[in-house]
Design a protein. Sequence first.
Length: 226
Amino acid sequence: MGLYDKFARLAGERLQFSDNGLTPFGTCIDEVYSATEGRIGNKKVILAGTNNYLGLTFNHDAIAEGQAALAAQGTGTTGSRMANGSYAPHLALEKEIAEFFNRPTAIVFSTGYTANLGVISALADHNAVVLLDADSHASIYDACSLGGAEIIRFRHNDAKDLERRMVRLGERAKEAIIIVEGIYSMLGDVAPLAEIVDIKRRLGGYLIVDEAHSFGVLGATGAWTG
């Protein structure tokens, strides 16, 4: 078996899309007019597939702050924080985020994907058991696999199924890690956090909530799902 033979099935499936005039990986947005509108070819389209819920990409204040930061700090740090140190604006941002969430500290990652990889893989190592909502984002699954944790899936948004699986773990439930999303990006539904927190308080364990799609959207201040 050749090195690239493993991709034959995937290539065949992609070819089927192309033969039917579908190019899900090849759509080019030629021009972006606003947070909600753009142009593909000669057609003006609505951008309904983005995560730009608050429209911040075209917010005048956000653009002005970004331009000022670029002028003052350059286009990047050109290295890791371990190698180059932390820039003062990074520390200021983390302090502001921590205060917003009423937490002692915060860590900023470059993307939500890397945040899950970094945090979850560090906590969910080969000694850990993770109870994972079945419809969790791919980054959460990748993070659990990277850490080597034992993964137990429970039915999507089914707190009773989670409780059953926690009970089966017995004493191990006290150290189990429960991972859910605030709002599920593919389905748009909200996790039953009140029920899940109640289960955690009764049976033990630790709870991680991925708020990538609920931060700034739900709650009186945008800080909380439940």
